[in-house]
Design a protein around this ligand. Structure first.
Ligand code: DOR
Length: 429
């Protein structure tokens, strides 16, 4: 049996080589072996996939997901989370460390990697905690976790509130060359806030989270990274002010990159009206002005990455009162459809989208992925750009059914992926 696969007649988009044309993609021995003109004859011994009318891109990479294992398997497991990833067109996902136990040691990192090898459907890259137990006080053994396979460090889910601890973490990260991913939130400004601060919060009688809660820590961490000469990646940008602060930092050469998530450019705080806990997320959904600034940030390169912040929760937890329900949106299976709207709106080209959802995360994390160059790992997504579907959480492969986008019509659906050379038809999952 030949181990050669040819994806024929698709629109191949690979920003790493400036390719955007109808071609055949040849995969051999789990690696990309060639991109050839579509008219050339296929080698008869190869398996052939007809991708006419489809887009063929490097597999998507989600640099921000919560896979919940170990410890919160009622919300998600590595098995269910990676299946959801595949369904969403992702061939690699990064697992945030707020598990139980927290991924703050080489032992937990190794557990995640082994579990992913055994039960995962795609590649999993652990992100280690910056501080032990994510308590914000004592640095975790980052060097050992790096050796065990962590690709970056973050206390995501909460900030490192002590600036001196964060300064030391930057000094450490600079020595090793990895980026710190910052969950930017001043807990004193957030206090007991549960949604965006403003008139809707007042009307609903809910405590607000001001934009300054995010922006003060974005500013602080930019200063600390600049001082240390270290690399900083800002997680889940939600405000106009953050975009502006990051833009200015980039202009003066700070080594800062940033991500936003589909919910921050798709919907506003109005989604919370009716105490809709599926619209409760941290940072909170903001306003039309913020959405416009985030789109501009994506367009001009201030925001490098679109990540999901996939945060599955159990339905029973989301049934709690708004104040007590956990924050998070199950995002892996809607991210591509929501992001493709940016192409329709003319905010991004397909190549830009591919950069933000594959090439840029690979570069930031130093992964040998996000490209269809000869010899690269054969991770590919085949997207049907015209297929319309209505979001239905019943059909999610994630255990987390918590989406505020239920019933929304999306256009553009991943049809298949190739993971390390293995073809998976998503429509059969
Ligand atoms: O909404 C969120 N949920 N934001 C975070 O930062 C953490 C995440 C979670 O782990 O549920």
């Amino acid at each position: 049996m030949s181990n050669k696969l040819i994806i024929k007649n698709g629109r191949v988009i690979d920003p790493s080589q400036n390719i955007d044309s109808v071609c055949d993609l040849v995969i051999e021995d789990c690696k990309i072996s060639d991109i050839i003109p579509a008219s050339a004859n296929a080698n008869s011994s190869a398996a052939v996939i007809d991708a006419s009318g489809m887009m063929v891109m490097p597999g998507l990479i989600d640099m921000h997901a919560h896979l919940r294992e170990p410890g919160f398997e009622h919300k998600e497991t590595i098995a269910s989370g990676t299946l959801a990833a595949i369904k969403g067109g992702f061939t690699s996902v990064c697992a945030m460390p707020n598990t139980n136990p927290v991924n703050d040691s080489a032992t937990v990192t190794t557990f995640i990697i082994k579990r992913a090898m055994k039960r995962g459907s795609c590649s999993v890259y652990p992100i280690g905690a910056i501080t032990k137990g994510q308590n914000g006080e004592e640095l975790a053994e980052m060097g050992m976790m790096l050796e065990a396979g962590c690709v970056a460090f973050s206390d995501d889910g909460r900030p490192v509130m002590n600036a001196l601890v964060m300064k030391r973490a930057f000094e450490y990260s600079k020595a090793f060359g990895f980026p710190l991913i910052s969950h930017c939130e001043d807990m004193n400004l957030t206090a007991n806030g549960v949604m965006n601060e403003g008139s809707i919060a007042t009307l609903l009688g809910l405590a607000g989270i001001p934009r300054s809660s995010e922006e003060t820590i974005v500013s602080r961490d930019i200063m600390l990274a600049e001082e240390a000469g270290a690399r900083l990646h800002i997680a889940h940008v939600s405000t106009k002010g953050s975009v502006e602060i990051i833009r200015r930092a980039k202009d003066r050469g700070v080594k800062v990159t940033a991500e936003t998530c589909p919910h921050y450019f798709t919907t506003t705080e109005e989604m919370v009206i009716g105490y809709n806990t599926n619209a409760k997320v941290n940072p909170p959904l903001r306003c039309a002005d913020d959405i416009a600034a985030i789109k501009q940030g994506l367009r001009d390169g201030t925001i490098d990455v679109i990540a999901t912040d996939h945060a599955p929760h159990h339905a029973d937890e989301k049934l709690l009162e708004f104040d007590r329900a956990p924050s998070g949106i199950s995002g892996l299976e809607t991210a591509l459809g929501l992001s493709l709207r940016l192409v329709d709106e003319g905010v991004l080209s397909y190549a830009d989208l591919c950069t933000k959802m594959s090439l840029a995360p690979a570069r930031i994390l130093g992964l040998d992925k996000g490209t269809l160059k000869k010899g690269a790992c054969a991770d590919v997504v085949i997207i049907d750009p015209n297929r319309e579907y209505s979001v239905s959480s019943d059909k999610f492969l994630s255990k987390g059914k918590n989406t505020p986008f239920e019933g929304m019509t999306l256009k553009g659906m991943p049809a298949a992926v190739v993971v390390k050379g293995k073809y998976i038809n998503i429509l059969e999952l």
